[in-house]
Design a protein around this ligand. Structure first.
Ligand SMILES: Nc1ncnc2c1ncn2[C@@H]1O[C@H](COP(=O)(O)OP(=O)(O)OP(=O)(O)O)[C@@H](O)[C@H]1O
Ligand SMILES: O=C(O)c1ccc[n+]([C@@H]2O[C@H](COP(=O)([O-])O)[C@@H](O)[C@H]2O)c1
Length: 319
């Protein structure tokens, strides 16, 4: 139940539409914190979601991957994984973690067995070099952990979005590193969920004291208004966006806090092509955090969460 392996690869999933400086900082903040807790961070991976994850204004994965690569020039210990975007459809995060963990295990085993014909491009050079030292006592196991912002954790409570079994498997078998985000309260959220409380030893919450509320949504909005996005995204990403004319116009009618675009809810439900039935998730039926003032600055996702939580309160408590 308790994940005790100290060698970690941080994997972050999401739209990265476009990648912002905060996506990159998330890795740095998490690495500092985990180092202090005695973990060794062997590398990081960004796995952008598939094009069929029907989020409004989602740029084609070809562009999102290219932008991530540009952004990662400044963060060489993190790599792009394009496995998810190359699948035939949307892949749930549990499978994404599973694939990368299996791939990693396979690479490590082959390296230790002396096989040279193995694609190690997803792994940091340092890790590969260490694996060349065949010391039978060395701990070569590396665990993939899901790195996310607190809003992604809280999306576990959106009815019909995540599978209950997947939530449990993710926290039980991989673990989470959650970076705080204003308007979210991850500790309270964990407390209110039986399954997250059960596996709380596998959930590391990292408080970001230098709050930075940049989001891709805000960046897209600024770009569509021809406003400056300097210091919000990397210059290389900005050049790429300009060169390819991305985000010049948006389909989206943006929200204020009082309106709710049903399309936002369908964003989540449509994105699960095979099972978009509404289910109750394994959380208590309490509110998420809708009465926190910071929610005035909700991103679309958190607006969805807030609105859904109102629905949720009317439902039976999950056993
Ligand atoms: N400012 C932030 N603070 C903490 N975590 C963040 C921040 N921005 C993004 N993340 C995290 O990065 C991951 C990928 O995020 P995603 O691509 O959804 O970015 P986003 O900025 O939230 O996008 P959007 O505004 O389009 O919803 C998620 O785990 C998300 O929680
Ligand atoms: O695995 C699931 O059931 C699941 C349900 C909802 C969202 N996700 C993933 O969570 C990420 C959310 O990204 P975003 O941009 O909508 O915050 C994205 O990578 C999705 O594939 C995953």
């Amino acid at each position: 139940m308790f994940l005790d392996n100290k060698n970690i690869i941080l994997l972050s999933t999401g739209s990265f539409n476009p990648p912002t400086n905060m996506h990159l900082r998330m890795f740095e903040i998490a690495r500092d914190h985990l180092n202090r807790l005695g973990f060794t961070i062997c590398g990081g991976l960004i796995s952008p979601t598939h094009d069929s994850y029907k989020k409004k204004d989602l740029a084609p994965s070809l562009h999102r991957c290219a932008m991530i690569e540009q952004a990662l020039v400044a963060l060489p210990w993190v790599k792009l994984s394009d496995w998810e975007v190359k699948q035939n459809g949307w892949t749930r995060t549990r499978q994404v973690l599973q694939y990368h963990q299996n791939h990693l295990n396979m690479i490590i085993t082959s390296r230790l067995n002396g096989s040279i014909k193995v694609d190690t491009s997803l792994l940091p050079v340092q890790l590969i070099e260490n694996l060349n030292v065949s010391d039978s006592n060395q701990n070569t196991a590396v665990n993939v952990r899901l790195l996310c912002g607190a809003d992604l954790l809280e999306s576990f409570a959106v009815p019909g979005l995540w599978n209950d079994d997947d939530i449990e498997a993710i926290v039980r078998d991989y673990g989470l590193v959650v970076v705080s985000r204003s308007g979210s309260n991850p500790h309270k959220f964990i407390y209110e969920s039986n399954v997250l409380t059960k596996y709380m030893a596998n959930i590391i919450v990292v408080t970001e004291w230098i709050a930075n509320e940049v989001s891709s949504t805000k960046v897209r909005r600024a770009l569509s208004r021809n406003e400056s996005v300097k210091f919000l995204i990397s210059e290389l990403v900005e050049s790429y966006i300009k060169e390819h004319g991305l985000y010049e116009t948006l389909n989206h009618k943006y929200l204020n806090n009082d309106t709710f675009d049903v399309n936002l809810k369908s964003t989540f439900l449509l994105s699960s092509p095979s099972d978009n039935t509404i289910k109750i998730h394994p959380m208590d039926d309490k509110k998420l955090n809708i009465d926190e003032p910071d929610n005035l600055h909700c991103t679309e996702k958190r607006v969805t969460n807030c609105k859904n939580s109102k629905v949720k309160r009317k439902r039976k408590r999950y056993q």
